[in-house]
Write a protein that binds this ligand. Sequence first.
Ligand code: HEM
Length: 563
Amino acid sequence: MDAAETCYMAAAKSTSSLGRLMFLPYSYIQTTLQTLRYITMNILSYGRLYVVYYWNFLHVMKESENDKLTFQETYHQRVFNNKHRIRNVSLPVAPDVKKYFDPPTNLTEYFERMWFRTDYFYDRYIINYPVNFFNGSVNSYVYNPSQTYVQIEKPEYSPRSNSNSIKSSHSFPGIADEIPKIDFVPKPYVITESLKKKRVITTDNKPSISGCPVLSGLFSDSTCNEQEKDKEDISSITDLKSNIVEPKKDTNEITSLSPSDSSTKNNIFYKIKIRRRNSKNDYTNHPTYGRYDLLAQAIKNMIPQPNYLPEQTIGPNMIRFTWHCCACYDKVTGTGGSSGGTMRFAQEFNDLGNTGLTTTKSYLDQVHENFPWVSFADLYSFAGCVAIEAIGGPKIQWRPGRTDCPDAKKVPPMGRLPVATKDYKHIQKVFYDRLGFNAQETVALIGGGHGIGGCHARYSGFNGIWTKSPFKWDNDFFKVLLNENWSLGTVPETGIEQYYNNDKSLMMLNTDIELLRCPEFKNWVEIYAVNDDLFNEHFALAFAKLLELGVIRDEDGIQRVKI
Ligand code: HEM
């Protein structure tokens, strides 16, 4: 209160209404000034917002070559990964919201679209951001129009430690309630010699690969002849060459992951016609064209990531990425699957189940810059095979020829990925009824995938590792599942329930424990626990089948897509 106001108040209190009248002009002036100040503040603050949003519109949104609006995405690696290797990747904006990004024709449209855009940003980058499993007020991210995402307060992130006890404000409505709240303690499992013999008899029960095109011998058949590549062409790939370690000379299998020596006549060059739909460029003369060996090596080089904490490897994340690209297949409608490379569209990628996969996606998109001829569908499916082999897993028969959908029309609906808190009926629904696997394939796939890597509170809300050797490919998952005592506990960081072993060093998801609750599944868990080779063999077949789900090929091996 300033002096004039104090004076006015005193006068108003002490004088009659006539006295107050004397101060009326002052009152008017004050009120007017206040109103003006209010309006100015509003104009300034809203104006600032409008400027920021318009800035977004001009600088963050851009038209891509295919007339698709794309969104510059940089936040993930900046926040959690390698800050220096950051590259902007572009994600297409959903077609149904695209109109809101078109230039407005009148003022009403302008404001309407501006707010819509704000919601869209918020939805995609703030609400949907996995760190919101933590309490949003402590660890919030704001959108900064200079294309960086600024962390207000850096969370002390340590996914393997339970010391950080920030209670989550996030819950999965309707899902968490379904977890049976009873502790599950499986009977001690003793592997006897007679049991071993009994189990091995079942070896002939191979996974069915019906509906899956021939996968073996791909690189030696007539359509995939080796062809010598020009020495000069190869030597021009300086970038790639510098990445390559210890080139092998006699490589003739793509799954070997070793690049062929460019100076020998045995260079691998597959004559598979690589179609990039909607692409204005012809990549047939690209120096890396058809060099799947170099592609494999480039992917492999991406796997160790010292700044991806705590694992320092994105191998498991990559495997999970490939699995999720394929896991949205529906055998009834024939939609989804690895074909079309639909994971690059926000409509699929934003599925809650895909949280945490930005890492792999951004690295693969970087790889793609050197291999622009390969379809994203092929790249995304291939990456998982490379990662499995790099981590010591079996060789997966992979077949190129997938084509990319030009737009998001073929993106399968969200919500097809399995939910970790559900029971075995849900697993059966997803794996049997939708993906077309049998019990054996299902168990091999889940046990293989969850034998490596772990859960991250910042991604799924679950936290921990499944086995004591999370970066070594083996059948430990099954052994641990059978031999440990599992009891329901809560992830301190997120409040989400999962199973822990006695000393809480290992964890299981409810769906993992469900493998023991369903006799059909348990049978295979017991088999794989004692037979590592059989597990590897079955996993490789099941994973190869997974990669081919929804991929219908022409005779030349190219995927047939109706676009
Ligand atoms: C019932 C089916 C499945 C459910 C509910 C499920 C769920 C999950 C969840 C919640 C995570 C933790 C993600 C994170 O926090 O980072 C995860 C991780 C993982 N999943 Fe699965 N999954 C299933 C099947 C599979 C299959 C079939 C594979 C592969 C063949 C697989 C491969 C992986 C891998 C490799 C990871 C570790 C990722 C990392 O360490 O970054 N999963 N899964």
